[in-house]
Design a protein around this ligand. Structure first.
Ligand code: BES
Ligand code: ZN
Length: 459
């Protein structure tokens, strides 16, 4: 065992109990009632950064939730890395499906169960633990680092792009490293090669001044929920393609070489169908389920509401109906243009007796990795050495809005080194993170810094 490995081994119990403490803070960014918890989580993180030996630690207020920053910068001749992650988590509902309370972390069968365990607190703590071990072992880091952990990733990172523009001094770096994606299969080291973008809208339909008695007016008065259902139903064809005019116009198709690489990934369709209890696949003909989930664009209704939802029956014609919709976007697509296409589509389809309003929400552009970049190559070597396996290179269908901003504004490459379990239940009840992966990932990340230093990697 190297002295670094010894250091990591001796710190493991403490690292795990730090993570458990972090997971106890219900830092749900989407819900107003957790505002104070967001500050608590930011302060906790700042203290954890100081403990591992990072410097210049700051909790920076934004119009939304605070950003936590720290750095360790010594040698202008060495590369500077920016580690990005997020301390905010998704809401926990439906609460009754959790086997243990979401903010009372519990270890069962080698996995730690809590909201944020894998997305992204567990992975953030992998990085702090690796930095802590390196500093304790050598008294210095092999590279300069900045650590930037935000609290609004799960709500589209609205404050981050302004922050990148206002504080170039805090974000200048030679490359960015993010652990906020998954491993392709259990124990299979994985680098994420692409993210989808996103365009979110809310759809509001109104048909009358007030809710109406369905006995008095039913048959002639329009029903807002019915109109909404028609608008939604007309947004996909019966094959599963998105039927919004212009939606596919700018989509860049995966190349034959890319498709070959996707086909070679150990993607187990049957296992996934069974685990998720899906009755079958939906979506575009001509693309594999994996491609549909990662490199093809989507139209998804996330929620619809309106009318009477109480007990029993109520003979009412609802005057308004609402839906939340998100589209995942791929190379070539732009969120603002997709919002325009959606708006035009719903307005064109709206019957003359109804009114439709489309309000845009958050948006992010898609992103693709530069596979040739030496930072990625250093990551591949570090992961291979630690896990003793070839590294899977795979796109994911999720979005991390800031990655494309780093690309566009800072012009630096991002390395997406993800450690979440493939069945992490991120965003769902019983989110979890493998304790063994947490242990090993700390070493992978520490080795990565050494590999990155060896390579120079200054841009
Ligand atoms: N960690 C995820 C991104 C992700 C999702 C990576 C799936 C790999 C697989 C991230 O925290 C996330 O959930 N992002 C949101 C962004 C959105 C709110 C703009 C997402 O993808 O829904
Ligand atoms: Zn995340």
């Amino acid at each position: 065992m190297s002295s670094l490995q010894e250091q990591l081994a001796s710190r493991f119990e403490q690292d795990l109990s730090d993570l458990i403490e972090f997971l106890r803070i219900p830092s749900v960014s989407a819900l107003r009632e957790h505002r104070a918890d967001m500050h608590r989580a930011a302060e906790w993180l700042a203290a954890a950064m100081r403990r591992v030996g990072l410097e210049n630690v700051q909790v920076i207020e934004t119009p939304g939730h605070p950003i936590v920053y720290a750095d360790w910068i010594r040698d202008a001749n060495k590369p500077t890395a920016l580690i990005y992650g997020h301390y905010d988590v998704q809401p926990v509902d439906p609460l009754d499906l959790w086997e243990s309370p979401p903010f009372e972390p519990e270890v069962r069968q080698g996995r730690i169960y809590a909201r944020g365990a894998s997305d992204d607190k567990g992975q953030v703590m992998v990085h702090l633990a690796a930095l802590g071990a390196l500093l304790a072992c050598y008294g210095e880091l092999p590279v300069n680092v900045r650590v930037l952990i935000e609290g609004e990733e799960e709500v589209g990172s609205p404050s981050l792009e302004p922050f990148l523009q206002e504080r170039p001094d805090l974000v200048s770096a030679d490359f960015v490293v993010i652990s906020d994606t998954s491993m392709f299969a259990p124990g299979l080291p994985t680098l994420c090669t692409g993210l989808r973008g996103i365009a979110a809208v809310e759809l509001h339909v109104t048909t009358a001044a007030t809710d109406l008695h369905s006995g008095l007016y039913g048959g002639a008065a329009p029903n807002a929920l019915q109109v909404l259902a028609q608008l939604i139903a007309a947004s996909k064809d019966d094959q599963g393609r998105v039927a919004v005019p212009g939606f596919y116009d700018r989509v860049i198709e995966p190349t034959p070489r890319e498709r070959q690489a996707y086909a070679a990934l150990p993607f187990n369709e049957k296992e996934l169908l069974e685990r998720l209890e899906l009755g079958g696949w939906d979506g575009e003909p001509g693309y594999t389920p994996f491609e549909r989930m990662t490199v093809r664009p989507t139209f998804e209704v996330n929620g619809m509401w309106g009318g009477f939802l109480g007990e029993g029956s109520k003979t009412v014609i609802p005057r308004e109906a609402h839906a939340k919709i998100t589209c995942r976007l791929v190379a070539g697509q732009d969120p603002e243009e997709v919002v325009r296409l959606l708006t035009a589509h719903f307005q064109r389809l709206c019957p003359p007796y109804a009114r439709v309003e489309v309000t845009p929400g958050h948006g992010a552009r898609p992103w693709k990795a530069d596979l040739e970049h030496p930072a990625l190559q250093a990551a591949i070597r570090a992961l291979q050495r630690t896990f003793g396996k070839d590294v899977a290179l795979a796109p994911t269908g999720g979005s991390i809005p800031v990655v494309e901003s780093f690309d566009r504004l800072l012009r630096v490459p991002c390395v997406l080194m993800g450690f979440a379990d493939p069945d992490s239940n991120a965003h769902a009840p019983n989110e979890r993170f493998s304790v063994e992966t947490f242990r090993v990932a700390r070493e992978a990340v520490a080795l990565f810094w050494q590999e990155a230093a060896r390579d120079g990697l200054k841009s």
